[in-house]
Design a protein around this ligand. Structure first.
Ligand SMILES: [Zn+2]
Length: 129
């Protein structure tokens, strides 16, 4: 398990980890006030910038990619919307990391319980270590 939850090249593995419906609802609840930009095709709030460019003092051009339906959308944002979008991305990153830590703890607990079951069944001896 790696912590690069915003790596753009490995979304498939990440989705398996944190994009269950329960995780989705918890994440949406955690970041709802910050979400402003969504995918035009499917409504996902997980759009992330593929490219961006400041075109003048107050305007940014972005190519947004949706990880859920794979659409790419070109948009232009003013400064205040751009600042809120950056805040949205940071909030999502924190929520995803929190999901991942929760998942890691659950997995660690499973591993310990599995080991204890083996110990109880006398299937693990000192020579195994
Ligand atoms: Zn979409």
């Amino acid at each position: 398990v790696h912590i690069e939850v915003f790596s753009f090249s490995d979304e498939c593995a990440i989705e398996t980890l944190v994009f269950g419906e329960a995780a989705r609802q918890a994440r949406k609840a955690a970041i709802a006030p910050a979400v402003e930009l969504c995918c035009r095709d499917c409504g996902s709030d997980l759009v992330t910038p593929l490219r961006w460019e400041q075109t003048d003092e107050e305007t940014w051009y972005l190519a947004l990619r949706c990880p859920e339906c794979e659409s790419v959308d070109d948009i232009v944002l003013g400064r205040s919307t751009m600042e809120r979008f950056i805040a949205q991305l940071h909030a999502q990153k924190r929520a995803l990391i929190a999901d991942l830590r929760h998942w890691e703890r659950a997995r660690f607990r499973e591993d310990v319980e599995r080991l204890l079951a083996l110990v109880d069944a006398d299937l693990v001896v000192a020579d195994d270590f």
